[in-house]
Design a protein. Structure first.
Length: 322
């Protein structure tokens, strides 16, 4: 372990549950973010979900204002902070525009993906914001910290969207060899017991995304939500065909698009694009992680989070005997 100490950001202390909601492309909007935060979970959404780009300004104002009203009415149980996800890739021609709005609205947490840039981290730090960076291997983790990220998100095998292939045991162990700062773990986490397991492995937070698709507030069509409920890990396929980056998707949605999920061709990184074409792809090809076997019905986000809380406490009692 490195002797360098990485401070734990104040904004992430004292959360009712050690959970960060993963930003869901197309699906996360202020409705879901606000519901997550009010229930004690860090709510997150991609900046790119706001279309046109000018809508992001209104959305950030809405989130800040709504949570401020909630906190004033509930001083003993304030909302958790929220996060905005930035895709740090050359195909994202909105990055500077969207980051400027994060600075304007003093977004408390910025989650960066698919690239680490010092100037993006500096922009968040300029007003006291905290940067979380998601990584799929130890090499990317080191680069993220070198470029100024504050928190690492280890995206392990089984995660929804652009997931890695590393076992969470291996990935956490390798990162903890040198990094003693705040660390989140993502990958097939959909129960309170899995949240506790992530902590037992060395993570500080669980990073949960796919299970939130099956909530009332998620901007997903009813068929998508029902497919999440009806599916399990065997119904997930890992492919780079759709965005140029490997990710996990629901086989049913691939079949519905007229493709054979068991015989997909491959693509390459040059196909990666996070503009309008990417929105069209994700509208029909539905991302999901392997943990959805634990999702059995569509419920309000607060109900799902309450279930996670109860399961977390039950698991803790079972392990400690008290």
């Amino acid at each position: 372990m490195s002797e360098t100490r990485f401070p734990f950001p104040e904004v992430l202390k004292n959360l009712p549950l050690p959970i960060i909601g993963a930003p869901l492309f197309i699906i996360s909007t202020p409705a879901l973010v606000i519901a997550q935060c009010k229930a004690g979970v860090v709510g997150a959404m991609p900046a790119l979900n706001a279309r046109p780009a000018s809508q992001l300004d209104d959305w950030l104002a809405e989130i800040n204002e709504t949570l401020a009203v909630h906190n004033a009415a509930n001083p003993l149980q304030p909302a958790a902070p929220f996060a905005i996800n930035q895709i740090v890739h050359k195909s994202n021609d909105r990055l500077e525009h969207d980051m400027a709005l994060c600075v304007k609205h003093r977004v408390p947490i910025v989650i960066t993906s698919l690239g680490a840039r010092t100037e993006i981290n500096d922009a968040a730090h300029s007003y006291g914001g905290v940067v979380l960076h998601d990584v799929i291997n130890n090499g990317f983790a080191r680069k993220a910290i070198d470029k100024g990220a504050d928190v690492l998100i280890a995206v392990a095998a089984g995660a929804g969207g652009h997931a890695g292939v590393k076992s969470p045991f291996a990935l956490i162990e390798e990162i903890r060899e040198w990094f003693d700062g705040p660390l989140a773990l993502g990958g097939a986490i959909a129960t309170g017991g899995a949240v506790l397991a992530a902590q037992a492995m060395g993570a500080d937070f669980a990073y949960i995304g796919s299970a939130f698709i099956a909530t009332d507030e998620a901007r997903a069509c009813d068929a998508y939500k029902q497919m999440i409920v009806d599916s399990a890990s065997d119904d997930i396929v890992y492919s780079n065909l759709f965005t140029g980056v490997h990710g996990n998707y629901l086989k049913g949605s691939i079949r519905n698009a007229g493709l054979d999920p068991d015989a997909l061709p491959t693509s390459d990184a040059s196909a990666m694009n996070f503009g309008g074409e990417s929105m069209k792809v994700w509208k029909d090809i539905w991302g999901s992680g392997q943990g959805i076997g634990a999702v059995r019905q569509v419920v309000p986000a607060r109900v799902f989070i309450a279930r996670l809380m109860a399961e977390y406490e039950q698991s803790l009692i079972r392990l400690t005997g008290r």
